[in-house]
Design a protein around this ligand. Sequence first.
Ligand code: CTP
Length: 400
Amino acid sequence: MSALAGKTLLVVVGGGIAAFKSALVVRELQRRGARVEVVLTEAATRFVTPVTFAAITGRKAHVDLWDASFPGELHVQLTDAADGVLVVPATADFLAKMAHGLGDDLGSVCLLAARGPVLVAPAMHPRMWSNPATVQNVATLRARGVAVCGPVDGPLASGASGMGRMVEPEPLVDALEACFTPQDLAGLRVLITAGGTHEALDPVRFLGNRSSGKMGYALAERAQRRGAAVTLVSGPVSLAPPADVTVVRVRSAVEMFDSVSNHYPAADVVVMAAAVADYRPAEVSPQKLKKTGEGVPAVTLVRNPDILASLGARRGAARHPTLVGFAVETENLVANARDKLARKGCDLIVANRAEDGFEGDSNVAVLVSPEGDLPVGALSKRALADRIFDHVVGLARPGV
Ligand code: CTP
């Protein structure tokens, strides 16, 4: 579930051309379960109208501080109800007002009365963004705890390109969500593996498996959002890496073993979500294997190193870092997982059935640990990642 679910958010729309994107931001906030109130500055109404937002939210969008149709003080009512405020787009003028504590319209007065997190999404011409006045105003706001998301380098409405483009709606809402996410993994270095491995037969063929990498990527995203410094060792997958995560790409089990062994000494938590091939072809042909007559080639396999078991053995009695493994089973789910927990020397095994776990976006899992078995039912991979870290947070120790 999104950290924004059930929250009431006040969106203040500023008067810049990027105002048109604020409608998409409001939609995305609602999609994640938030209730949204909208205030537009007078200048914003030159680009978008209150009707746009009333249609999306089902509530009146406000412009006028002196709206006589509202009994009482509108800015107090709006900020009493709001868990946080998002300014989108934040113009140079609006940032200046915020930095100086001015309140001459509904939006700026709401910012003065706001409680909870405040996030601004600046958008302006690059020369305005780099103007010393703006630079100082933004520094003042940051020092007061205001979160600033963007701008980014890219094409601008003027046809020019540069640092001044507003962040896109989805990453912007991600940034707001982060403001509401407890940073309970802050200070921890988390090493995660994801995806399957490709065990080469020749330059164009390999033995592989059906792992999509979605579970490992969801783990990396959630750990980063909860404040951890994350390294993701990824087998070949077709997923975009999560933001602000260090990604190391590998192909084979041996490459994954080498990479994990290198990063392991700096980790406080290791989560082995990768579906590592247990075997690899004994010989890798340097040339493409050709068909020869009617015969069928025989492939001899050799064992790959068991990465998780090697880490379990290496950490020994110190039990640092915290070790989490996965078990994909077709039968005797919990018994096999408990056996793996002992055999590989880990703190937690996430057990799931082969038919539930692969390729899809959700998983039915049991968390098997020395403390007992915890069935978590059907969850999205993102929600399962959170349940895993809820367990890990009680075990992990930073920087031992
Ligand atoms: N794993 C690993 N290195 C391997 C194989 C598996 O680190 N060579 C890790 C996986 O990342 C996963 C856990 O071990 O976290 C369980 O993998 P699985 O293949 O189910 O376990 P096996 O030990 O191969 O057990 P079995 O073949 O008996 O199911």
